[in-house]
Design a binder for this molecule. Structure first.
Ligand SMILES: *[C@@H]1O[C@H](CO)[C@@H](O)[C@H](O)[C@H]1NC(C)=O
Ligand SMILES: *[C@@H]1O[C@H](CO)[C@@H](O)[C@H](O)[C@H]1NC(C)=O
Ligand SMILES: *[C@@H]1O[C@H](CO)[C@@H](O)[C@H](O)[C@H]1NC(C)=O
Ligand SMILES: *[C@@H]1O[C@H](CO)[C@@H](O)[C@H](O)[C@H]1NC(C)=O
Ligand SMILES: *[C@@H]1O[C@H](CO)[C@@H](O)[C@H](O)[C@H]1NC(C)=O
Ligand SMILES: *[C@@H]1O[C@H](CO)[C@@H](O)[C@H](O)[C@H]1NC(C)=O
Ligand SMILES: *[C@@H]1O[C@H](CO)[C@@H](O)[C@H](O)[C@H]1NC(C)=O
Ligand SMILES: *[C@@H]1O[C@H](CO)[C@@H](O)[C@H](O)[C@H]1NC(C)=O
Ligand SMILES: *[C@@H]1O[C@H](CO)[C@@H](O)[C@H](O)[C@H]1NC(C)=O
Ligand SMILES: *[C@@H]1O[C@H](CO)[C@@H](O)[C@H](O)[C@H]1NC(C)=O
Ligand SMILES: *[C@@H]1O[C@H](CO)[C@@H](O)[C@H](O)[C@H]1NC(C)=O
Ligand SMILES: *[C@@H]1O[C@H](CO)[C@@H](O)[C@H](O)[C@H]1NC(C)=O
Length: 647
């Protein structure tokens, strides 16, 4: 039991001082100016983790309708999409699309954003497994990875992409790249003085002095608690997600204090983003009404992008500037006599929100191999939090308060509560990428979900998004049809990449044509990369093996497992664009579509247990991942209880 220990941590927090009365907008702007030359996500919060009241800027922040893209995104896209032309030209020219002059084609459409292929990448949830498997895919797509621009390699796809969405564990990956100046996966995993991804140090134990962090476990907890304490003292509602987000930041942000000053909105202030050097980041979370435990398929899906937070769904149907979250919006405006709030959008809090799956943990507790005593204890702690509605991420004041009173069931609530973006079953963050306003042509959907008995994906996430696209909440989004999971497993569609939605003539005339979905399911190449979602510590050799495995999954071992794959990736990128411009589909692409598209075949008989084994020589025996440190959930839950009770 860690409680006495936490009590010590809690009393330590009483000593710590917080919240000197910083209040001026200028302070915030000065901070931005000071570190602006660093060209990276900025530690620019005015008062560390504590949100701060400032005078509203002359043009007061407001909520806007989701009818169109934001002017900020529209302006940014012009820059980014131009920057994708050259990488796309290089990549497609290299991918050996026989009988097709990819260079000439891209040159021809480069002036015309509506003809040019528009690429999105989506990285699913699934805890650290999803972060690592997703990181492998990103590494496979990154031209900065060593030797990644030769025959058979997919380096350059990341540089060609417009959007990069992440959810839960996948959101940690996206956030970690964004908060660390768009560094490479290789640099984040490097075992050197600047190492960041030290997942051998459980999130419940805190950093080891081996990495960039300086604290021991005691100091770690006292930091977590005192940061959250500061926010509470300043009058903001706190929840377990605050502690969780602070803890995650120590693993994801390269800063000795766990990056308490890094704001999500600082992405838009960093030079690399402004120059359109990398894709547009989006994290996803679900709305969860108080008292709700199971999340329905038609819950509101919220996104946090570089500029805004909000939803395209016909409920709140609006977006608020992410930088001014915490401000008291009423009917979309901050009242004239009120101040604005900045510093609420702590990057760790946003990443924690997208991965706030405490109620899922409670629901899954019986399935874990932890001891009965501990199970009981955790069950109690988590249900207490649940009853107090503290197992959510609290976005009070609700930015959409009275904004859409006719359509938003939460419009009259001053509280907005969010949970893990995968809790509605849509564990791949496709929602932002199927919005007609964004005109995405192809989504590389990296799925690390734990659907089957042995934690492999079976496309349940795609099924969820497909089913949602048929209901009223879809609001003009469309999605390719997806077969049942038995079919997926029986046809082996979860053992290799599969395309869905190849034939756009299947979509009715005049309706939205959804993106082509390139489904990339986690499967074993060089290691059993099916580590449990509730594994809290992964040593570096297993971490590296999962990342390498993910690289092989996405590239089919750089085209060595299927030599047509690199070409077929090129065809997937081009497919919608070729149709729009009335260009003949090269024969080699027709072969690709015959090979990789789901052709409508169904086999819904119950498959036998899915237990794949690595198809290549193993990189590393199954690592020593353990879920022993799950006991420390007690600690974090207790920390939150302490915070709630003591403060
Ligand atoms: C951020 O990355 C860019 C591009 O690689 C580099 O020029 C710049 O020096 C980096 N900034 C920091 C603070 O590391
Ligand atoms: C978004 O655009 C508005 C209007 O041009 C501008 O005032 C604001 O600074 C932009 N926001 C960001 C984060 O770039
Ligand atoms: C993007 O490229 C087009 C065509 O080359 C050009 O007209 C436009 O000015 C560019 N936009 C930006 C923001 O660089
Ligand atoms: C390119 O594709 C053709 C088939 O279209 C194949 O014969 C050839 O070997 C491939 N070249 C490379 C370098 O992979
Ligand atoms: C990259 O390629 C070069 C030359 O073929 C080789 O010497 C080097 O070991 C390769 N590096 C990696 C990381 O594979
Ligand atoms: C982390 O920060 C340290 C110190 O600023 C730097 O040396 C190192 O390169 C950074 N690591 C990454 C992956 O950015
Ligand atoms: C969608 O929401 C409505 C009411 O909000 C509910 O009655 C319905 O059962 C939900 N449908 C699904 C598929 O969850
Ligand atoms: C938020 O604004 C509403 C409407 O003006 C007001 O009634 C309420 O007191 C404000 N709350 C805070 C915390 O400022
Ligand atoms: C602003 O004015 C409204 C209406 O008069 C009042 O209800 C509210 O409390 C005021 N808010 C602040 C922060 O003074
Ligand atoms: C877990 O198991 C316990 C004891 O068998 C049972 O009382 C409890 O309802 C179960 N919880 C869930 C969420 O299934
Ligand atoms: C919210 O309150 C307003 C005014 O009382 C009412 O007209 C509206 O129907 C309510 N909306 C919801 C979703 O309850
Ligand atoms: C697919 O995953 C879902 C969700 O975990 C599960 O209920 C179902 O049994 C699985 N089906 C197959 C065939 O693996």
């Amino acid at each position: 039991m860690k409680l006495p220990y936490l009590a010590a941590a809690a009393s330590a927090l009483a000593v710590s001082t917080t919240a000197s009365a910083i209040s001026a907008e200028e302070v915030y702007l000065d901070a931005v100016k000071d570190v602006g030359h660093l060209r990276r996500a900025l530690p620019n919060a005015p008062d560390d983790y504590t949100p701060t009241h400032v005078q509203c800027p002359a043009s007061r922040p407001s909520v806007r309708s989701a009818a169109s893209l934001s002017p900020n995104e529209t302006a940014w896209l012009e820059i980014r999409r131009n920057n994708t032309v050259e990488p796309m030209r290089t990549l497609l020219s290299r991918l050996n699309i026989t009988g097709f002059d990819a260079g000439a084609y891209i040159d021809r459409v480069s002036n015309n954003a509506s003809a040019l292929p528009n690429i999105g990448i989506a990285v699913s949830g699934g805890g650290w497994r999803a972060l690592m498997n997703g990181a492998g895919a990103i590494k496979a797509f990154d031209s900065r990875t060593d030797n990644n621009t030769g025959t058979g390699h997919l380096g350059g796809l990341l540089q060609s992409a417009t959007y990069l969405s992440g959810l839960s564990g996948g959101g940690w990956l996206v956030g970690s790249l964004m908060m660390n100046n768009w560094t490479t996966v290789g640099a984040l995993q490097a075992d050197d003085a600047g190492s960041v991804w030290e997942f051998g140090n459980s999130v419940f134990k805190g950093p080891d002095t081996g990495g960039v962090q300086l604290f021991d476990t005691a100091e770690y907890y006292s930091h977590l608690v005192s940061d959250v304490d500061g926010k509470d003292d300043a009058g903001f509602d706190i929840s377990l997600t605050d502690v969780w987000g602070r803890a995650l930041s120590f693993q994801l942000i390269n800063a000795t204090d766990g990056g308490s000053s890094y704001l999500w909105s600082s992405i838009a202030q960093s030079k690399g983003f402004q120059n359109g050097d990398y894709p547009f980041p989006i994290l996803v979370a679900d709305g969860r009404a108080p008292d709700e435990v199971l999340i329905s398929g038609n819950t509101t899906v919220f996104e946090f992008n570089a500029f805004e937070m909000g939803t395209w769904d016909p409920t709140s149907y609006g977006f608020a500037p992410v930088r001014y979250l915490g401000s008291n919006f009423t009917a979309g405006e901050v009242p004239d006599n009120d101040t604005c709030v900045v510093g609420f959008d702590n990057a760790g809090f946003i990443m924690g929100t997208s991965s706030s799956l405490f109620n899922q943990f409670l629901l899954n507790l019986n399935g874990t191999d932890i001891s009965d005593t501990l199970k009981k204890l955790l069950g109690h702690l988590l249900s207490d939090l649940g009853e107090a509605n503290d197992d959510i991420a609290d976005y009070t004041p609700n930015p959409f308060f009275q904004y859409s009173p006719e359509t938003d069931p939460g419009a009259n609530s001053t509280r907005l509560t969010l949970v893990d973006g995968g809790e509605d079953g849509q564990n791949i963050p496709l929602h932002p990428l199927i919005q007609p306003n964004r005109h995405v042509d192809v989504i590389f959907a990296v799925d690390s979900s734990a659907d089957t008995n042995y934690s492999w994906p079976n496309a349940t996430a795609l099924v969820a998004t497909y089913e949602r696209s048929l209901s009223d909440i879809a609001n003009n989004t469309a999605f390719p049809s997806i077969p049942d999971q038995n079919t997926i497993v029986n046809l082996g569609l979860n053992t290799r990449p599969t395309f869905f939605g190849c034939n756009s003539s299947n979509f009715t005339e005049g309706s939205t044509i959804p993106p082509l979905v390139v489904y990339i399911p986690n499967s074993p190449y060089v290691t059993l990369s099916n580590e449990s979602t509730f594994t809290f510590s992964t040593n570096n050799s297993y971490r590296d093996a999962i990342i390498l495995n993910g690289l092989h999954v996405a590239s089919m071992a750089n085209g060595t497992v299927d030599e047509t794959w690199p070409t077929c990736v090129g065809c997937a990128i081009l497919s919608r664009s070729l149709e729009r411009t009335g260009t003949d589909i090269p024969d080699v692409c027709t072969s690709c579509f015959n090979r990789f598209c789901w052709n409508g075949t169904l086999d819904s008989s119950t498959p036998k247990t899915y237990e794949p084994t690595p198809i290549l020589e193993t990189a590393d025996a199954k690592g020593h991942a353990s879920s022993k440190s799950v006991g420390l959930w007690t600690a974090i839950a207790a920390a939150a209880v302490t915070v709630t009770l003591v403060l």
